[in-house]
Design a protein around this ligand. Structure first.
Ligand code: DAH
Length: 343
């Protein structure tokens, strides 16, 4: 076949090609023809050979350009065709993206942190695995205090426990009060901290008790801090948390080794407004937290002198239960979506 004819043939085939596959075939056919022509070139003289070579190259270049152009066109056509066949139904329902929920305890913790920050307290944290010194001794618990006994405290197994000092024996902290002593050892008054955290008690669980629950501890140390300051802070924090200006509190004398005097604090029942209901056992008051004026022995154990202060500790679980009227503490760890989805 001569080159002119070959070119004609190629042009014709290219005009009929409708797919990338067609183009591929045309390319292959050309290579084959080129080989045929080259082998028949052997008998030709040098001049003719050269001329033919040049023309073959021109044809190759022409073909390459044509194929590139055509490929582009075919690809565009394919996309267009696909788009035309695609049916977009904008009335179709979208994917239902499920939103998660904040756990009620996280919610309570966050709200409490915001309130105490607003009241000028800084938020601090401390270890959940604590030594006996910070959890008990420094807080003025006598060595034989019942709270240290097996039924309350999770002791960490340590082989040589008997030989260890109080600062080496480990327990799971039974309250967030451990952070009081840790913080006072390293900071100078005025001290104004709120400490949220997880605490552990080896207790039988019931509707109001869990082995693991959350507390928030408050500590205010300065010169001339009084019970009046304590009352003002507690009242304001409870009014803020329950979003109720009418909340009232009352203090009853009580005993905690690390405070003197110590109080149990009741708040007016927000469920019945003190008319009497099952939540407050028809008393109108609910015991809500422990508090008191920091015992001078605690200051001494932490190396502080000539200061006064108040401290309080409240169960976050308890506050959340009252706010959301949850009747059983075990709901919090149930993982039950019917419960969790309400928050
Ligand atoms: N730590 C106590 C408990 O877990 C609660 C408590 C009572 C904390 C009185 C205090 C306080 O700071 O002054 O039962």
């Amino acid at each position: 076949m001569n080159i002119e004819n070959l070119k004609k043939q190629i042009i014709e085939k290219l005009s009929k090609a409708t797919s990338l596959k067609d183009l591929e075939i045309i390319g292959k056919e050309y290579l084959e023809e080129k080989r045929n022509i080259s082998s028949s070139m052997k008998e030709l003289g040098a001049k003719e050979k050269k001329e033919l070579g040049v023309r073959l190259n021109e044809l190759a270049k022409f073909l390459e350009e044509e194929i590139t152009q055509k490929t582009k066109k075919i690809k565009l056509l394919e996309i267009k065709e696909k788009e035309e066949n695609e049916f977009l139904d904008i009335t179709l329902k979208g994917d239902n993206v499920k939103r998660g929920h904040i756990h009620p305890l996280s919610l309570a913790k966050k709200e409490l942190e915001d309130i105490f920050t607003f009241l000028g307290f800084s938020i601090e944290e401390g270890p959940e695995v604590e030594d006996e010194w910070h959890n008990f001794d420094a807080l003025n618990f006598p060595l034989n205090h019942p709270a240290r006994e097996m039924q309350d405290t999770f002791f960490i197994k340590q082989n040589n426990r008997k030989e260890l000092s109080q600062k080496e024996k480990l327990v799971l902290r039974t309250h967030t009060s451990n952070v009081q002593t840790r913080y006072m050892e390293n900071h100078k008054p005025p001290i104004k901290i709120a400490v949220p955290g997880r605490v552990f008690r080896s207790e039988a669980t019931d509707a109001r008790h869990e082995v693991c629950f959350y507390q928030i501890e408050g500590l205010y140390v300065d010169k001339d801090v009084s019970v009046a300051n304590l009352k003002a802070v507690l009242l304001r924090f409870l009014q803020e948390y329950f979003k109720d200006e009418n909340v009232k509190i009352r203090l009853r004398p009580s005993f905690f080794p690390f405070v003197e005097p110590g109080f149990e604090v009741d708040m007016s029942c927000t469920v019945c407004n003190q008319k009497g209901c099952p939540v407050c056992s028809y008393e109108g008051w609910i015991e809500i937290l422990g508090a008191g004026m920091v015992h001078q022995n605690v200051f001494k154990n932490c190396g502080l002198k000539d200061v006064t202060g108040f401290a309080f500790g409240v169960s976050v679980d308890r506050l959340a239960m009252m706010k959301y009227k949850i009747d059983n503490i075990r709901w919090f760890h149930s993982g039950d979506l019917r419960f969790l989805k309400q928050f």
